[in-house]
Each structure stands twice: as C-alpha cells, then as structure tokens.
Design a protein around this ligand. Structure first.
Ligand SMILES: C[S@@+](CC[C@H](N)C(=O)[O-])C[C@H]1O[C@@H](n2cnc3c(N)ncnc32)[C@H](O)[C@@H]1O
Length: 429
C-alpha cells in the first residue's frame, strides 16, 4: 500500500516508517503520523532541523488536531461530527483527495483502532442505532475493566434512560448504589425514581422466579404488632406508598429518598425524604430523643444497607425495642440477586439473618413465614454493643462470600408461623 493510502486511512505507524520521499505532501503526512503517535521529540527535531517548510508543518499540526477530535467524536457516538473532522483533516493536507470514500476509509480504520464495531458497508447510517451499539458496547466494555467506576455507571444509566430502556436504567442506578453505598446522593435517587416512574411496574421474571408464599400478609402482621405492642414511637425505613407507614397510630417517623407523592398521612406521621444513612448522620438525634418501640426496616434491598440500617437503629434503641426486617425470605434464588431482574425483589437482605446469627448470638432472632417475602423479628437489642459497627468491613466481606444458605432461606427452613408467634410472644401490654 502506498504512503498516501496508509495516511488516508490513518495507519500512523505505517506512514511514519515508510521510506522518505522527496515530496512535501509526504513530509506533512509523516510529520502528522509522528504527532498522532505521541512521538513529539522526533517531530520537534524535524522542525528545528529546518528540513520541512513551516507552512506544511502548520497544516500537518492542524490535520493531527482534527483527526484527534474525530476520534474523540467517535468515542462519543457522534459520527457525523467525526466525519466532518476527518474530512477537514484530509482536506488540510490533500484537498484533492477528499471524497466520501476516503473519509469513510478513515472512519473505518479509526473505529478499528479504537476497538469499536465497524460500520456495515452500504448500510445507511442511523444515529439512534449507532448511539445504542457503539455507546453501550464501549461503556459495557469499560465497565468490565472498571466495575466500580461511578462515572461509567451513571453514563450507562442515563444512556439506558434516553433509549427508554427504563428497567436497564433502574438496574444501573441500583448498581451505582451498591458501589456508592451510604454516599449515594439524593440527586441519583431522584434519577432512579424517574426511571421507576417511567417504567411503571418492573418486568417479571418467569412464573417460577416470581413465586411468593407465606401464611399471613406482612401488613396484617404489622397491624397486629401495632395493636398488641401499642408503641409510643414508631420508625420506618422505606415508606414508598405508605401502606405499612399508615398502620401506625402513634408518633411515627418515616424515611425514604423516593416516597410516592401524596401518601394521605395523618398528623402523627412525619415523613423525611432522604436516605436512611443521611437520616442517621444528620437527623436521628433530633427525632429519636426517645427510643422507638417498634421499627420496620424495608429500605434498600442490599445486605450492606440492611446491616447499616440495623446498626444505626440499635444505637437509638432500648433493650425493649422490637425491630422487624422485611425481605428475609426470597421466593426464588432469582429474587435474591443483587442486580434486580425480577418484579419481586428481596435482594440479598437474607444474608442479614445469617450475619446476625454468626456475629451477634446475644440477639433474639425469629424468622416468620409471612407473605410475600418473610420477616425477621429482632429482639434483645443492646445500644452499647459496638461489635457490628467496629467489624463492619470484615462482616460485609465475610458475609458476601456466603452463598451456602440461600436454599434454606428460599425453603423457609426453621421459619415460625406468624399466628403462633403473635399468640406466644406475649406482646400485649
Ligand atoms: C418495598 S418499598 C417499602 C414498602 C413499604 N414499607 C410498605 O410495606 O408499604 C422500599 C422503599 O425503600 C426505599 N429506599 C431505597 N433506598 C433507600 C435508602 N437508602 N434509605 C431509605 N429508603 C430507601 C425505596 O424508595 C422504596 O420506597
């Protein structure tokens, strides 16, 4: 292949290693090729030796800048912009060679060098289609390399939203929350909320994967708890549409970064729109001067969030506080996946029962066969016990490795009938 053809495509190594010819156009091409490869010292020597006309050097520099801008445009799925930069780049050094074919040659070669999929020859270019397969492929590949990059997850979430792929957007925002944990800001929850609203209901898995069971509805159980325990102060993490929150007749504090609008609450209810982590960092001292008597934790369905919620709740509890944790029994292993893909989603909250049994044998733990996804009742709390917060990182690491018990949780081994539990637990005042 001639140096001209190599230069048109933009195969810079081949251009810079081709034998020197006595043509000022080839000088410019070789000079540009050095710049594109970052070989600036060699480029500088050519200038200082005076072996190249300054106007050719200036044109080659401009051609190099336009080629680089074209490559950046390709990475950002702006193919028309890339084409126009490549055209200007070719025009600057060799105006007579600009045709659709030569520009396309450069586009194809630069896509190849950037590991992006080629354009199918003869296929009309469609901006939206290209945005999907170039952008997503590139970002997904980058995510494989940097799984904890918040920027990549945000780009994937926003990209999915733009393409109206809302369940995908939800999944990416949730993945971001798993990376950012308690530091995930309210703005991102607002975006997650937008995706939830646009999605309507989350797509179902197979009927098998959506299986639910239990001998008493969780809201019926909570209603019985309010009646029997008659709490003075109730705290709820994860309010959503307020079905469980409205059951409280006493002073009640609800925390949720994405509550539904107009929940029909009464004067005794205070709803704080924020994450539970922010609540405990900034507000709990004000609202929990007295210990809550009953707490329902039903927030983010990831083990670390459930663990932090329990640790924080216990700090503000008394020995008599009763904590109820939702989603302890996934109906199917698919519901327990950390990346949501089923409508019924418990995430891996089930790991909390496992971790508390192992690290806090002093707590009284009862797992109840409640529908749809079980409840864990935690009693005998000790606000002075700092073991969980001191060993938080170790506990998370050790517990996330544990997959052994999931089947037992799906099968609800050792679960207690909630009717029996209510009649035997003597909560009535
Ligand atoms: C399953 S819904 C709660 C349902 C409600 N407790 C009921 O039974 O009627 C879970 C809620 O947790 C909220 N949530 C998600 N992340 C949270 C966080 N970090 N802190 C507090 N709540 C969170 C969601 O916005 C959602 O509304």
């Amino acid at each position: 292949m001639t140096i001209d053809a190599e230069w048109l495509a933009g195969r810079w190594e081949a251009v810079s290693s081709s034998p020197v010819q006595q043509s000022s156009a080839n000088d410019g091409q070789r000079f540009q090729a050095l710049l594109q490869q970052g070989r600036f010292e060699e480029a500088r020597e050519i200038i200082t030796s005076g072996s190249m006309e300054p106007t050719v050097a200036a044109k080659a520099l401009s051609a190099a800048v336009h080629t680089s801008l074209g490559r950046i445009a390709l990475l950002n799925n702006r193919e028309s912009q890339a084409q126009s930069h490549f055209q200007t780049s070719i025009e600057t050094l060799a105006p007579a060679w600009v045709t659709d074919n030569t520009v396309d040659m450069r586009v194809q070669e630069q896509l190849r060098q950037l590991d992006l999929p080629p354009r199918v020859p003869g296929t009309p270019y469609e901006e939206s289609q290209r945005r999907e397969w170039v952008g997503e492929a590139w970002l997904e590949a980058a995510r494989g390399t940097f799984p904890k990059s918040t920027e990549i997850l945000i780009a994937l979430a926003e990209g999915s939203f733009l393409r109206k792929n809302y369940d995908e957007a939800i999944r990416h925002w949730q993945q971001l929350s798993a990376v950012m944990q308690g530091a995930m800001p309210q703005e991102f929850y607002n975006r997650l909320d937008k995706a939830y609203q646009a999605q309507g209901s989350f797509p179902s898995g197979t009927p098998d994967e959506e299986q639910l069971r239990g001998s008493m509805d969780k809201h019926k159980f909570l209603e019985a708890m309010h009646r029997d325990l008659d709490p003075d102060l109730y705290l709820e993490i994860g309010v959503q549409s307020g079905v469980s929150f409205r059951l409280a007749r006493c002073q009640a504090i609800g925390v949720d970064p994405m509550p539904y609008p107009s929940l029909g609450l009464s004067k005794n209810h205070t709803l704080l729109q924020m994450t539970s982590d922010t609540f405990f960092d900034e507000e709990a001292e004000v609202w929990l001067v007295n210990s809550p008597d009953l707490v329902f934790i039903d927030g983010m369905h990831l083990f670390e969030f459930a663990l932090r919620d329990f640790i924080n709740v216990e700090k503000f509890s008394s020995k008599n506080t009763i904590v109820i944790m939702d989603d302890i029994f996934p109906g199917h292993p698919a519901q327990a996946e950390r990346d949501r893909r089923t409508r019924a989603w418990t995430g891996d909250v089930w790991r909390l029962a496992h971790a508390l049994r192992e690290f806090r044998p002093d707590l009284q733990l009862d797992t109840l066969d409640v529908s749809p996804t079980g409840l864990l009742v935690i009693r005998n709390l000790d606000p002075d016990n700092v073991l969980l917060s001191q060993r938080y990182e170790t506990i998370v690491e050790a517990t996330l490795k544990t997959d052994l018990d999931l089947e037992r949780y799906v099968e609800r081994s050792n679960s207690i009938d909630p009717h029996k539990w209510l009649s035997e637990s003597r909560l009535k005042m």
